[in-house]
Design a binder for this molecule. Structure first.
Ligand code: HEC
Length: 117
């Protein structure tokens, strides 16, 4: 009778196992890629842009290719998205995007520039 319990985990061991599972869940990578895309979707960027293929605005892959190796691109593009404008990709203007926060804008622009690489 008494040696039946030797195969069961003690409460303290169960707690340790659960704790490890919790840590694993926390450590699961929340990739920048997912954040960027989620923020772009949330801020309506994807109504005019696709990752691949021109829509109203240029494909993000084309944007990434155009500014590849340009160290000023993150600042330039963040400012452009904020104020809007036209003439780089055609005569259709991008309207100003006032609502997106600076942090989110930075994340989205970095995500755009990482497309195709
Ligand atoms: C109403 C449609 C529309 C929306 C919404 C929109 N864009 Fe654009 N976007 C455009 C157009 C059109 C252009 C091309 C502008 C040009 O030719 O200079 C453009 C250009 C860009 C460029 C390249 C700029 C350049 O000078 O090369 C980036 C980067 C960009 N958009 C990011 C975004 C982000 C990020 C958002 C969301 C916060 C967004 N866009 C929302 C239409 C849109």
């Amino acid at each position: 009778m008494s040696n039946q319990s030797q195969y069961l985990l003690k409460p303290s061991q169960v707690a340790t196992l659960l704790g490890m599972l919790g840590l694993l869940a926390l450590a699961a990578p929340s990739a920048l890629a997912d954040d960027g895309q989620a923020l772009a979707t949330k801020n309506q960027c994807m109504t005019c842009h696709k990752i691949e293929g021109k829509q109203v605005g240029p494909a993000y892959k084309d944007v990434a290719a155009k500014y590849k190796g340009d160290p000023d691109a993150p600042d330039k593009l963040a400012a452009k998205v904020r104020t809007g404008g036209k003439g780089v990709w055609g005569q259709v203007p991008m309207p100003p995007n006032k609502k997106i926060s600076d942090d989110d804008l930075r994340t989205v622009v970095n995500w755009i520039l990482s497309q195709g690489s």
